[in-house]
Ligand binder design. Structure first.
Ligand code: AMP
Ligand code: ZN
Length: 474
């Protein structure tokens, strides 16, 4: 499999440190509010990546943090803790907010068929791990204490910027735009490992440390949690593209300085879901959540399908019209699957199955091209083989895509069965419908249309379905 590695800016053949266990870390949500569907685009991509690795035979251990402390309103260590802000907004405690939005996040994931990672670790669980790392960074001169806080000293690194070609001045200005400068920092890229002197006296969660009572910075949590559960050599680290700088850049700085060797082989970043007017936001405009999709009558799985139709390394624009198009395409796909016979008693043709598998893998092996993965589903439907083979292939590929293909096709069949059972029978109308079907089959469309009009004049509407033509009184 080839994956685009943001660290080398190349597509690279994926070769894990140890094929017996792929170690995968994914940055989790900051649980101060609901996730928006942009955040969930990133988690869908990560879910497909994990499942695809498992599908091709790699055992995977996937770890995710839950950010419940230390993520300030600016990614560059400035502003208020997002959790404190959420608690104030809702007049609740930080821990109540964290529990509520963590549960809400996993409920959204469940609806989108996103598997729960093997390990989910709240940042507040790992304070001793952060203290161990920070202590060593201080001992080895990579960190310093100033104004009560502990900072990482970015001037100690030969190379700080990993993911960007931008010149350093531009980036630094971008980060600090409109933000009050922290005069304790020795260098513009230094970042806080441990806060003791917050500008915000109401910081709810604080812990004892060798440097005074305080709380960890956001970046240290992902290094600490990853090292705790996945050890010193990480295979894949994922997140949305906004995490590349400064979050992941700082994770690399502190993890590699702590370990004394390279840390993570592949950095995989999902591009953003945007709205027509730009960046998705939790405060401005319509707050796009899974619940909102459901309230408007959309099956969340259709949103997953919408995401998988495009490549994760391209920005994706969300509009209701685009989602409606996905509803139509998904519905057609499910109808085609519903038309396959489930009780044919035929044997799966292994040779055909193998060639369908190759086609599916060809798409996903190329940097997780899920839109080619979806094309492979249509290839299955068109393949010259029996329905049992088609259903087996669709079921197998849906382990990776998780689009509820067979489940929703069965629902369509069930609906059709129910409709049929409730259907009125009338020998004259049934006869005309049969004549129209025969005319269509004979490509006599004029006659087919004439019969349709005749039925319409009798107050009968006809509906063509994968299970044949139905009729109802208008
Ligand atoms: P947060 O809860 O803000 O820490 O973000 C959770 C995840 O969503 C991170 O991996 C972010 O990089 C990612 N993310 C944030 N905004 C977007 C977006 N508009 N589209 C896709 N991913 C996003
Ligand atoms: Zn992280």
């Amino acid at each position: 499999m080839y994956l685009y590695n943001s660290a080398t800016r190349k597509k690279e053949l994926f070769v894990p440190n140890n094929p017996e266990l792929v170690k995968m870390y994914t940055c989790g949500p900051t649980v101060y509010h609901f996730a928006h569907i942009g955040n969930l685009r990133t988690y869908i991509m990560e879910d497909v990546l994990e499942k695809y690795l498992r599908y091709v035979g790699f055992p995977v251990k996937r770890v995710m943090n839950i950010t419940d402390v230390g993520h300030l309103t600016s990614d560059a260590d400035e502003g208020e803790d997002k959790m404190v802000k959420g608690a104030k907004r809702e007049n609740k405690t930080v821990m109540d907010i964290a529990k509520f939005y963590t549960d809400a996040f996993f409920e959204d994931c469940r609806k989108l068929n996103i598997k729960r990672p093997d390990v989910v670790e709240p940042a507040t669980n790992c304070i001793p791990e952060y203290i161990t790392i920070i202590t060593k960074l201080l001992d080895t001169g990579y960190a310093y204490q100033a104004g009560g806080n502990i900072y990482f000293d970015s001037s100690k690194l030969e190379k700080y910027y990993i993911f960007n070609d931008h010149n350093e001045e531009d980036l630094a200005v971008g980060v600090r735009e409109g933000v009050e400068e922290d005069t304790n920092k020795r260098n513009k890229n230094d970042f806080v490992l441990w806060f003791t002197k917050s500008k915000f006296e109401d910081q709810a969660l604080k812990w004892d440390s060798p440097w005074g009572v305080g709380y960890p910075g956001w970046h240290i949590e992902c290094s600490g949690i990853s090292l705790k559960h996945l050890g010193e050599d990480l295979d894949i680290h994922c997140g949305g593209i906004d995490n590349a700088f400064p979050h992941h850049t700082n994770e690399i700085a502190q993890s590699e300085s702590y370990l004394g060797h390279p840390w993570c082989k592949y950095w995989v970043h999902a591009m953003h879901l945007n709205t027509n007017d730009g960046k998705m936001s939790k405060s401005k405009g319509e707050f796009l959540t899974v619940s909102l999709l459901e309230k408007k009558g959309y099956d969340p799985v259709v949103y997953r399908f919408f995401c998988l139709q495009s490549h994760y390394r391209k920005n994706l624009v969300f509009t209701w019209e685009n989602l409606d198009n996905a509803v139509i395409a998904y519905g057609k796909l499910i109808d085609k699957i519903a038309a396959l016979k489930t009780d044919s008693g035929e044997a799966v043709d292994e040779a055909v199955m193998q060639s369908l598998r190759e086609r599916f893998k060809k798409g996903l092996d190329g940097d997780l091209n899920t839109s080619l993965g979806i094309t492979a589903l249509y290839d299955v439907l068109k393949a010259k083989t029996n329905d049992a083979t088609k259903l087996a292939a669709l079921d197998e590929f849906d382990y990776v895509l998780s689009l509820d293909l067979l489940k929703n096709a069965e629902k369509v069949r069930e609906e059709a069965r129910k409709a049929e059972a409730a259907e009125e029978r009338d020998p004259v109308i049934d006869g005309l419908v049969a004549d129209r079907t025969a005319a269509k089959k004979a490509k006599n469309f004029a006659e087919a249309d004439r019969i349709r009009d005749e039925l319409k004049a009798m107050g009968i509407e006809i509906i063509d379905t994968p299970q044949g033509t139905k009729w109802k009184r208008i």
